[in-house]
Design a protein around this ligand. Structure first.
Ligand SMILES: Nc1ncnc2c1ncn2[C@@H]1O[C@H](COP(=O)(O)OP(=O)(O)OP(=O)(O)O)[C@@H](O)[C@H]1O
Ligand SMILES: O=P(O)(O)OC[C@H]1O[C@H](OP(=O)(O)OP(=O)(O)O)[C@H](O)[C@@H]1O
Ligand SMILES: O=C(O)c1cccnc1
Ligand SMILES: [Mg+2]
Length: 550
């Protein structure tokens, strides 16, 4: 590890967060490992499925994220000397020394990981990961794997929902670092919101670590830190592409006077603090000037000051970018700002002025964006923090990790709640597509089932409701599960974050629009083959004790 990346080690040529390690787990995994070991089960071969039972946010899709970290975690799984020392200090003294020797030697050479590709749109009950290997080893991975997948997939899905709400043309920026669940939660949020379709983040470390585009404007403090023009040290600006120095303050004063009758503001009411701050920012960053205009009053001073500085910059050969609104009625204000931009464009023959960027922020959530769309607005870009990263509508994805097979024998967990009954044994899932290219149904098969073929009819059954079944004649088939790790080797390429983002947007597009809508979406069908249906229901009956009425 270089001094530059103290907290991150490099695995498989990609950085792994140093927080992710075998003892980032629940104590019960270690105590179970001991009891498995004591019972002589350390070489039993177990299969666990990691899946969720319900899509988050009352939606009907989930974006699968976190797989790369799971692969790196499994590849790198090793207790260190200091882990063992610590575990000895917290385990009861009755725990035998040989167990710690066993823990020290543990590795994942015989662990196989089957998984759906990261960035795929996924659905309940279908395993995202299937982990096969020595029982204590794959049991120990339960908590960290769930931790790596649950929040990543939740926040990626949230990002995707904001993307759907805002449309493909809007620029979406993640501003959540200050409100996220701690430093690591913030990094995950930035990373997986980008995967889910955001365009950039304000989080500089996330930009450095994951190559996410970093973006930002400025804060109200920058405006309020200035009192007037006399504070400005740097009053000159070089005319772009020349060596000529322009006295920038008189130029701004000229534009203030010219703009007043056009926009209908009183030039003596324009805040000297705000104008000075804008001039200071513009002379520091003359290209791409974007100003926060709601510190004092958007109409009377923020907007006039921006237009003033923007026209002065233009006269010096620079192209300003736009404004940010961080309070008030964002629909009304953005429309008003756009109309003013159009007036300036017409009055001074600067057509580009009418299409300057309007960024909106301030406690925006998914519903706010839907409401703004309904009202009509002129916002091009949303800066979203709190509700995006904290996943306001649903703070956790309920992914679970369940044992489905031991030593080749299927295991089933029964529950009063049918949703919680596990689907036993190893399963392979396929996505079946219709002739219009849309995904029709996901189908789980037993590994010895004949895989479905395109243009051949296959019976798809609801896993639990006998009467719900349908024949499907798919135009195209995609195998969802692939081997990611086998015999200690990673078997699939690990795409870049940008590739995962494209994959997620593309995977979403294959989903019918009614599955994607925000309000009461149509459930997507998840089914099992006839063979798997009979297999699980036979096992269910075998394992359900028969009661007696008296
Ligand atoms: N046109 C709109 N339709 C629906 N919601 C909106 C609209 N405009 C703004 N909002 C939302 O309404 C809320 C306004 O919050 P609040 O009243 O606390 O802020 P404010 O008074 O405008 O700003 P601040 O308190 O930061 O100065 C925000 O969550 C914002 O995203
Ligand atoms: O509102 P969010 O979606 O979380 O987006 C991030 C917010 O952070 C900044 O201000 P901050 O909230 O720190 O202060 P303010 O709202 O009082 O201006 C920024 O101006 C946004 O309002
Ligand atoms: O760059 C911004 O405008 C920004 C960054 C973080 C939080 N709020 C705003
Ligand atoms: Mg705020």
């Amino acid at each position: 590890m270089s001094g530059d990346h103290r907290q991150f080690s490099t695995v498989l040529g990609k950085e792994q967060n140093g927080v992710i390690q075998p003892i980032l787990t629940d104590l019960y995994q270690i105590t179970m490992a001991y009891a498995y070991w004591k019972s002589g089960k350390m070489n039993d071969v177990a299969v666990f499925d990691l899946y969720f039972r319900r899509n988050p946010f009352k939606g009907e899709f989930t974006v699968f994220a976190g797989l790369e970290e799971c692969v790196k975690f499994i590849q790198n799984f090793k207790f260190t000397e200091s882990d063992i020392k610590y575990l000895k200090s917290v385990m009861p003294t009755s725990v035998e020394e040989e167990f710690f020797e066993y823990l020290k030697e543990l590795n994942t050479k015989t662990v196989t990981l089957f998984a759906i590709e990261e960035g795929t749109v996924v659905f309940p009950k279908i395993p995202l990961l299937t982990v096969k290997g020595p029982l204590p080893v794959v049991q120990l991975m339960e908590t960290p794997l769930l931790n790596l997948v649950n929040y990543a997939s939740l926040v990626a899905t949230n990002g995707m929902r904001f993307r759907i709400a805002a449309g493909s043309e809007s620029i979406l920026l993640e501003f959540g670092l200050r409100r996220a669940q701690g430093p690591d939660g913030a990094l995950s949020a930035s990373r997986y919101c980008y995967l889910g379709g955001f365009d950039g983040t304000s989080n500089v470390l996330a930009g450095k670590l994951y190559g996410i585009p970093v973006r930002g404007t400025h804060a109200h403090a920058f405006i309020t830190s200035f009192s007037g023009l006399s504070e400005l040290h740097n009053r000159q600006l070089v005319r772009k592409g020349t060596e000529e120095m322009v006295d920038f303050i008189p130029l701004c004063q000229k534009w203030l006077k010219q703009l007043a009758p056009v926009l209908g503001f009183l030039d003596d009411q324009v805040s000297k603090s705000e104008l000075a701050a804008f001039i200071a920012y513009a002379t520091a960053f003359p290209d791409g000037f974007l100003a926060l205009i709601d510190t004092y009053d958007v109409v009377r001073t923020g907007l006039p000051s921006f237009c003033t500085v923007a026209m002065a910059l233009h006269e010096c050969g620079y192209q300003p970018r736009g404004i940010r609104l961080d309070s008030g009625d964002l629909a009304y204000l953005s429309n008003l700002v756009r109309q003013s931009f159009e007036k300036v464009a017409r009055s001074f023959n600067v057509p580009w002025f009418s299409s300057l960027t309007i960024v909106a922020s301030n406690d925006i959530n998914e519903d706010t964006i839907h409401s703004l769309n309904q009202q009509g607005h002129s916002i091009n870009s949303f800066g979203i923090g709190t509700h995006l990263v904290t996943c306001q509508k649903q703070p956790a994805l309920g992914g679970v990790y369940k044992l489905v097979e031991v030593n080749g024998k299927p295991r089933i967990k029964l529950s009063e709640d049918v949703e919680k009954v596990t689907i036993p044994g190893r399963k392979i899932a396929y996505r079946l597509f219709g002739h219009d290219g849309n995904a029709l149904v996901d189908l789980m098969l037993k590994p010895d089932d004949e895989p479905p073929k395109s243009n051949e009819r296959v019976l798809c059954r609801h896993p639990f409701i006998e009467s719900k079944r349908a024949y499907v004649c798919p135009a195209k088939i995609e195998r969802l599960h692939k081997v990611f790790i086998e015999n200690g080797e990673v078997k699939q390429p690990l795409p870049t974050l940008t590739e995962l983002r494209s994959k997620a947007l593309c995977s979403l597009k294959s989903l019918r629009i009614d599955h994607r809508r925000a309000l009461n979406p149509t459930p997507y069908k998840v089914s099992v083959s006839s063979n798997l249906y009979s297999f699980m229901h036979d096992l269910w009956l075998d394992n359900a004790p028969i009661g007696e009425l008296s």
